[in-house]
Design a binder for this molecule. Sequence first.
Ligand code: 13P
Length: 253
Amino acid sequence: MARLPFIAGNWKMNKTVGEALDLVRELKGAVSGVKEVEVAVAPPFTSLHAVHKELEGSSIRLAAQNLYWEEKGAFTGEISPLMLKEVGCQYVIIGHSERRQFFGESDETVNRRIKAALAQGLRVIFCVGETLRDREEGKTFPLIEKQMEGGLKGLDGQGMGEMVIAYEPVWAIGTGKTATPEQAEEVHRFIRSKIQKLYSREVTEKIRIQYGGSVTPENIRSLMNQPDVDGALVGGASLKAESFSKIVRFKEM
Ligand code: 13P
């Protein structure tokens, strides 16, 4: 079964509303006519509504970078799944390594977030990845396994084929040090085999695994050539329409 490549731009804490609108306007033109690649952008919360309006009639999808698991209430500074749905989000990134590293997210809170997102019909981009130290100590696979078991705890196979897993080695994020296609494939294959153990064959074949970490127009093609690499979660290079659209157009390069 062929999986539709999925390229998403994680803007992190970048772009004012005005800048966000400029970028998506340019992006719409730059990726128009691209077929058989799903494209998404994940602006900061403050730009979601405006970007959603700007994307009307376009095939570019909207993602948020985080959410909180409660429906509503006294949770100052948090955003609920319903609030994201209302502003037009189809996807939400959960468990990004920056959230884990700087904001104390654990496998348990990631799990709560994933469940809340799915309950509201949001599609999840679930991030996993090892630090340089984990890798050097030979702990990459056990760590990824722990993150997957923790993050997916209590989730049956229902709708799991729609989930996206983003493998983002922490040492490759924003460092210009991309994993080699072979390193990426090795972990992607491991992730898929773990999915196979947890869920059905159908889910295993359907689930898309993105690679993230210093993806550029120059390295996307060799990464996408790997059988288990189904897309990319792009940080820095997604902040300019020119570089992001080249990544989206990887088949033409
Ligand atoms: P960079 O592409 O800037 O390395 O960031 C990757 C990332 O963290 C995407 O979520």
